[in-house]
Design a protein around this ligand. Structure first.
Ligand code: NI
Length: 170
């Protein structure tokens, strides 16, 4: 089932998510629905708080909605930036419509998480995957990619978005 996405400036995107206490059938269904939603919205990653479930759960499939080579589910992920090297790339977010902007992040990360069977796994990632993991992990902390932009850019977007929402509702 495709889930509804929360969008900026929805305050629920700003909550800090809670750990998944137990991998129940409900959590497995949520993960499946998140993958479906990610593909339907043409994203490569999605975090549970974006679908109004403040839980520490991410799904990522870098191959995207057309290839669907396989989504990875990360439950209660712990993220470590491996060195001082930075990388900059243009990011967008399904919860932040009509904005793409360059963001600087750690170039290499290590993530420890549980899979849907509750088995711990560790991954090291660079390039797009490292960026995507940092972006999605931020959502669990209530952080959006636009928080990494300059205040000027952030304010411009906030203003544009407010105006658009006002127009839609009038
Ligand atoms: Ni996002």
């Amino acid at each position: 089932m495709k889930l509804e996405l929360l969008k900026y400036p929805d305050a629920r995107l700003r909550r800090k998510s809670e750990p998944v206490a137990e991998i129940t059938e409900e959590i497995r269904t949520l993960a499946r629905d998140m993958v479906e939603t990610m593909y339907a919205e043409e994203g490569i990653g999605l975090a549970a708080p974006q679908v109004n479930r403040p839980l520490r759960l991410l799904v990522i499939d870098l191959s995207g909605p057309s290839l669907r080579e396989g989504a990875t589910v990360y439950i209660n992920p712990e993220l470590e930036i491996l060195d001082d090297e930075k990388t900059e790339s243009e990011e967008g977010c399904l919860s932040v419509p009509d904005l793409r902007a360059p963001v600087k992040r750690g170039a290499r990360v290590r993530v420890k998480a549980l899979n849907l069977e509750g088995i711990p796994f560790t991954e090291e990632a660079d390039e797009v995957k490292a960026i995507c993991l940092q972006h999605e992990y931020d959502h669990l902390e209530g952080i959006l990619f636009l928080d990494h932009l300059s205040r000027l850019k952030r304010n411009l977007y906030a203003h544009k978005r407010k105006k658009l929402l006002k127009e839609e509702n009038s």
